[in-house]
Design a binder for this molecule. Structure first.
Ligand SMILES: [Zn+2]
Length: 399
């Protein structure tokens, strides 16, 4: 039982149902590990997840959760949820939706890598294909424009519906052939050729014609280990991604009562308006607070005149400017509390002149009301979660 498993996917990527002899079945983790004499299940290899599906034998249907290859023996191991009888004949069924999705992503990668590496003399040094993402790593930094141009070319190759050919050249033929390969290969080499686009050693299932990929969309490009990592989506994944983005854009256009193509301009206009609004609001806020600090009755805090102000709406920056402006006009203490009784207050305490110390009322708020804060003699800031009346009482009744 040491011979390698026959790889039906090598010759026919479209085979979705097959029969095979069950050579062995042993417990493995919480399931079983089944070896067949041949299989159409593609194992996890070269950064690509394995096929899924089912194996049926003598009325038992076992789900295939994962497929691995034992590199040494060449045996393919099907990890299942149920045991299958050794010596029986199993019918294997490949989850075609999952397989075809992998074939679309993987074949798209060949075109992208073939064009990019051909044009810029670089290598594809990493590939990852899971159910969520497809990433490709290259050992050359590329500009966004270069990637956009390659993406355009890839889609033109897809629409030309070129054949994707599988061959097993002899050693002599291989010596004359220029092809991409991620590692040193030995034994029978499987060559995947897209005429005029890519020649690559690869063992995975591919679509027969580039048109079946449908579409390739670059989702992101990041700098990675001195080169780049490109994330792509092909086929249905690309369609689903673009559909989602289209829905988002339509939603934004509806919210802005405009056409989708007007959204960027509208957002830029709204941002400008918001910046302008904030600026004007800050000026207005500062002048209102300063006016209140001038006119509202002050209290006496340890023989110092103390202007105390509560405000629910003003922001801290405007309050700080108002406090500084008031302190230039008059010596003493200025205490501003921003917030309300429910959510508590953010406070700012400033000092004008040489006598008072802003840290003293801050310390009092800490001791009596659990306030937290800090700063210098001239200015302290912090938080106190207490009601306005209690804060005023605490400040007024101090020895
Ligand atoms: Zn391939």
């Amino acid at each position: 039982m040491n011979e390698s498993t026959g790889k039906l996917f090598d010759e026919d990527a479209y085979l979705t149902e097959f029969t095979a002899g069950v050579l062995s079945c042993e417990t493995f983790g919480d399931g079983y590990r089944v070896v067949l004499d041949r299989t159409a299940f593609f194992p996890e290899a070269g950064g690509q997840t394995s096929d899924r599906g089912a194996l049926v034998c003598d009325g038992t249907e076992a789900q295939v959760r994962d497929v691995q290859i034992d590199e040494e023996s060449g045996r393919i191991l099907h990890l299942t949820d149920k045991a299958l009888p050794e010596g029986g004949t199993a019918t294997g069924r490949i989850d075609w939706t999952h397989r075809f999705d992998n074939m679309q992503q993987h074949s798209g990668e060949h075109i992208f890598s073939g064009l990019l590496c051909g044009k810029y003399s670089c290598d594809n040094v990493g590939f990852h294909l899971s159910d969520q993402t497809v990433t490709m790593d290259y050992n050359r930094a590329c500009t966004a424009q270069e990637i956009a141009a390659i993406e355009q070319e890839v889609n033109e190759v897809i629409w030309k519906n070129l054949p994707i050919e599988i061959s097993f050249p002899t050693g002599a033929e291989l010596e004359k052939l220029t092809y991409r390969s991620k590692k040193e290969l030995s034994g029978r080499i499987r060559i995947v050729t897209i005429p005029g686009v890519d020649v690559c050693a690869c063992c995975a299932p591919h679509v027969r014609h580039t048109g079946e990929i449908g579409l390739l969309k670059v989702l992101s490009v990041q700098n990675y280990k001195g080169g780049i990592r490109v994330t792509i989506a092909c086929g249905k994944r690309a369609f689903d991604h673009l559909s989602g983005q289209s829905d988002t854009l339509s939603g934004m256009a509806k919210e802005l009562s405009t056409a989708p193509e007007e959204v960027p301009g509208q957002l830029a206009r709204l941002r400008r308006e918001l910046t302008d609004c904030r600026r004007r609001m800050a000026v207005y806020c500062e002048s209102v607070l300063l006016n209140r600090l001038r006119t509202e009755p002050a209290i006496s805090f340890r023989d110092e005149r103390a202007a105390v102000l509560f405000d629910a709406e003003a922001d801290a920056q405007a309050a700080r400017r108002a406090v500084n402006a008031r302190l230039e006009e008059q010596d003493g203490l200025v205490l501003v509390f921003l917030g309300d009784d429910e959510t508590g207050y953010q406070y700012l305490i400033g000092v004008g002149g040489d006598h008072a110390d802003a840290r003293i009322p801050a310390k009092l708020l800490g001791e009596k009301l659990g306030g937290r804060g800090g700063g210098s003699r001239e200015m302290t800031q912090g938080r106190v979660d207490a009601a306005r009346e209690l804060i005023l009482e605490t400040l007024k009744h101090v020895d």
